[in-house]
Ligand binder design. Sequence first.
Ligand code: NOJ
Length: 551
Amino acid sequence: MERMAEKTIYQIYLRSFYDSNGDGFGDIPGITAKLDYFEKLGVDMLWLNPFYPSPQHDNGYDISDYTGVDPRFGTMTDFEELVHEAKKRSIGIMIDLVLNHTSTDHIWFQKALAGDSKYRDFYYFKKGRGKNCLPPTNWTSKFGGPAWERLPNSDEYYMHLYDVTQADLNWENPEVREALYQVVRFWIDKGVEGFRLDVLNVISKPDTLQDDFIGDGRRFYTDGPHIHEYLKELNTKTFGPEHLLTVGEMSSTSIASSIRYSNPAEKELSMVFHFHHLKVDYKDGEKWRLDQVRFGELKELFHTWQVEMTRGNGWDALFWNNHDQPRALGRFTSDKEEYHYAAATLLASTIHLMRGTPYLYMGEEIGMINPRFSTIESYSDIETINHYKLLQQEGLSEQETMAIIMERSRDNSRIPMQWTSGKNAGFTTGTPLYPVSDSKAWINVEAALKDKSSIFYFYQRLIELRKKHRVIQTGNYTPFLLEEDRIISYLREDETDSLLAVHYYGEEEHEITLPEVFLNGKILISNVGRDQIGKRITLKPYETLAILLTK
Ligand code: NOJ
């Protein structure tokens, strides 16, 4: 298992990336067709969201066959060709496996429903409580509503922490674990070099299931009782000596647990995704309640995680965006045209100069923005639709509901990749699955590649800098300029180099004082064309600056 501190990973939400056959659905040959683009950008690995056969109730996170390819995305031969062609360019393929649950269409669940006792033990089937046959616990699903679904004409329920069509697997059962390990081995044999493991820290449920009177149930199964045991087993039985990169998606986890998941001595995973920094605009911890970004909290979270993960030799995935998040541009900064370049590059360098592995989500490298569609008909995400209904049931008006949906829906980042300013943003010749954003007129790959001073080339430079400078990869992290309200600043240091990074999240010019010693350093990257360092400098709106000093 590898940490690969010099690498950068690019995430592809397949269905909206590039459609090679005009059916309106992005596909695997569409990725192969764009390999030169990734090579130019300089990324080392492509993370593909699920492409397995699935009824697509949750866009492929409801897998009905772990070792197949959904015909909508292509064939197994297409996949093998992608792996092969990518390898020629030294690009690895990371796949996304969902080991916490299967689709209720999966043969295991279907057999369980038909009464096969072996497969009943693959899931959590439990009798309802009392004469009214209430759900076994009061836990709620992460997508809204109860976490249990009652079987028709029965007093039994099955557990689903996500959608009702996503039944939780019983990891207590060694046969389940072995069946899943076989799946992992199958894909390693196909030449896959990385695994992104969906909601991995909720797989271990407690032995006794009980009501949660202070929360939604998550405290009982998050980083659950046997999680480390299972991950160590998964590792020895599958990843083993292979040079694989593994990243666990860790929902509501802690720093202590993340260190255990990702410290190489523990032999569990290469790194973790955690989401605390993406909740600083939730009101009272609620995603579907709007609030301003609490910048102080954001800064504190970055600093604390970086310092603590370094101290514990853990390893972070560094990211702002993915298919579950509205885009960071327009959320943590303005997304107005006048600030577009500065804000997008500021966000980029804030995390790319940290310790960990940076992930870029498709379109981030050209500064794609949230389309904020204003009518519910433009949305198809199951979580969005469920919460639309729940918010209306709570009595919110259509306008109030849509104001929340526009900011928070996952579909914000799932719209088609903008290749050109032309028809359907060059994504498909057919009818696209999602509406296309008007911003394609000024935000698109074609324009970005032509303009040497575009966001694309700034990302290219950041990716290059990480490969070149060990201090960016593994240097220590010390928070800096802490007294400055709108600044995230840190020092990275190793035996030979010091790097000072200053990221300014304000729209007014702002003066700061730099430490004397850095006046002898050289500017490694700037998004405002700064080429001189003085003791006092006036930061421009959304300026980012990194100075390297060789000891
Ligand atoms: C996390 C995935 O990223 C998300 O898209 C999915 O809906 C849930 N896990 C459930 O699998």
